[in-house]
Design a protein. Structure first.
Length: 174
């Protein structure tokens, strides 16, 4: 089975639930990431087959090591970043307000295009169309997706820092 871009978002949702020690229904997950329940179900099967999540006793959990490796090294090549112009949106990459790092954010900022966006900047296409919504609902997902955008667009120095921050975030190490 081949992963789809929304599967990465779904894996992050499972990771976020694991981080908080929570479980959720397929319908609740679908609502929180703005993906249909059938796509959540199909995506979960793809994630289990790819070993990014595991299913135990009817519950699904993110596999932190595999997920970290996929996010840090696979996503950049499977889904390259695409610039779509200039406009208003939700800040991402090093411009993410919930992301703390030593990197000086680029100007103009990278933003995901969203209606009534709060920041003007260089628009980049998100990994999946529902990423901005899911990020606005969950700071952990927002932080992780912003680091993924930094990895997708990063230069060598930025890549090292973003990969380190993302690995520590996914594995729960401050």
């Amino acid at each position: 089975m081949e992963l789809k871009p929304q599967d990465t978002l779904l894996a992050l949702k499972y990771w976020s639930l694991k981080l908080k020690g929570e479980e959720s229904s397929v319908r609740a997950i679908a609502e929180s990431v703005a993906i249909s329940a059938s796509e959540v179900s199909k995506g979960t099967k793809r994630l289990v087959a790819s070993r990014l999540v595991v299913e135990r006793n009817g519950s699904v959990f993110a596999e932190s090591g595999a997920l970290s490796e996929w996010l840090c090294y696979g996503v950049r090549y499977a889904y390259p970043q695409d610039s779509v112009g200039y406009g208003r949106g939700l800040p991402t990459s090093w411009n993410c307000p919930v992301l703390k790092s030593d990197i000086v954010p680029p100007a103009p900022p990278f933003v995901w295009p969203v209606p009534r966006g709060g920041v003007e900047g260089a628009l980049i296409k998100p990994l999946h169309e529902s990423v901005p919504f899911a990020s606005s609902q969950n700071d952990d997902i927002y932080r992780a997706m912003s680091l993924i955008e930094a990895i997708r667009s990063g230069k060598p120095r930025e890549l090292v820092i973003a990969r380190d921050l993302l690995t520590r975030l996914i594995k729960g190490k401050p």
